[in-house]
Design a protein around this ligand. Structure first.
Ligand code: NAI
Length: 310
């Protein structure tokens, strides 16, 4: 079971480090235009070999796309201070198209997971460029944002984070939203739970939590320049769900073709992940407010995509 990681920068290397410890891959191959950086990361990672489950870690080339099971694309420019994810679109779309051309030239049967931002639009661009089925070209979506949401809820309610089920849907970016109607603690809806606890002004607390989720990345970028640990672990969940055919539900970015009344754009919804990528959306009826927010995300992304293509 082989994972190729394109881009050995902060996100690619951190993901490789977490993936090596997870044990569901036998081979991790790092590929970067910056060969020295790539060599350095591989050497550093290899010094952990006595401590990982058995794994082979090496620097590779585009030939490695041929037999990879999953190709994770983290290559590109990172989000700079004050720069929105959408500012990155022009720079990164050229990079992604070039990488996808190399992947298809190798006749790869892999599932592609796009991470580079703005991830939803780049997922659509990768899908179109590949000509593959939509099940096999997905993005990291809001798996990270959903884990940030769960973390904040666990802090707020002082409940173990693993007992919390909660999703952020839509764009991985400013128009994303918390799907409160789906959020629960071991099956108890949060509106009900907060009533039981006598929490005052719960609606205001909800707004504060959602605002914090949406702005988490900006805070981290202000403090340390980039985000890498949370996303690295979110990627391990996605990639191991594919490698182990887990049939796990994760909010990856997936190209909608009429689901939720949305067409022709990739964004995050709860998707069932198998060894072949996304098998289906695990659909649920959203509230009117949530459905409108999902439409809004689709509109934002469609207009960004259109401006790129104009
Ligand atoms: P970084 O700058 O540390 O690493 C990017 C690497 O890509 C560099 O080493 C560069 O040499 C390489 N690269 C550029 N063009 C390439 C090409 N054509 N082929 C191979 N390698 C190439 O950036 P970092 O911090 O690792 O971020 C990577 C991307 O991930 C950014 O777009 C960032 O915004 C995104 N990101 C996405 C998240 C998500 O949840 N989707 C979360 C965090 C970051």
């Amino acid at each position: 079971r082989k994972v190729a990681i394109v881009g050995a920068g902060a996100v690619g290397a951190t993901f490789a480090y977490a993936m090596a410890q997870n044990g569901s891959a036998d081979e991790i191959c790092l590929i970067d235009l910056n060969e020295e950086l790539c060599k350095g990361q591989v050497l550093d990672l290899s010094h952990g070999l006595p401590f990982y489950p058995t794994i082979n870690i090496y620097a590779g080339s585009e030939k490695d796309y041929a037999d990879a099971d999953v190709i994770v694309i983290t290559a590109g420019a990172a989000q700079k201070k004050g720069e929105t994810r959408l500012d990155l679109l022009k720079k990164n779309s050229v990079i992604i198209e070039g990488i996808v051309d190399q992947i298809t030239a190798q006749n790869s049967q892999a599932v592609i997971v796009v991470v580079t931002n703005p991830v939803d639009i780049l997922t659509k661009i990768a899908l179109e460029r590949s000509g593959w089925d939509r099940s096999r070209v997905i993005g990291s979506g809001t798996v990270l944002d959903s884990s940030r949401f769960k973390y904040l809820l666990s802090e707020f309610f002082d409940v173990y984070v693993g007992s919390i089920h909660a999703y952020v849907l839509g764009e991985h970016g400013d128009s994303e939203f918390a799907a409160w109607s789906m959020a629960n603690i071991s099956g108890v809806q949060l509106d009900e739970y907060s009533r039981q606890l006598g929490i005052k002004d719960w609606d205001h607390e909800k707004e504060k939590i959602e605002h914090e989720v949406r702005n988490s990345a900006y805070h981290i970028i202000d403090y340390k320049g980039a985000t890498n640990f949370g996303v690295g672990l979110a990627l391990v969940q996605i990639v191991s769900a594919i490698l182990k055919n887990q049939r796990r539900v994760l909010t990856v970015s997936y190209h909608l073709e009429g689901e939720y009344g949305i067409e022709n754009i990739s964004l995050a919804t709860p998707c069932l992940i198998t060894q072949h990528g996304v098998e289906s959306i695990v659909g649920t009826e959203l509230t009117d407010d949530e459905q409108n927010k999902l439409f809004r995300s689709a509109e934002v992304l469609t207009s960004e995509y259109d401006s790129l293509k104009a």
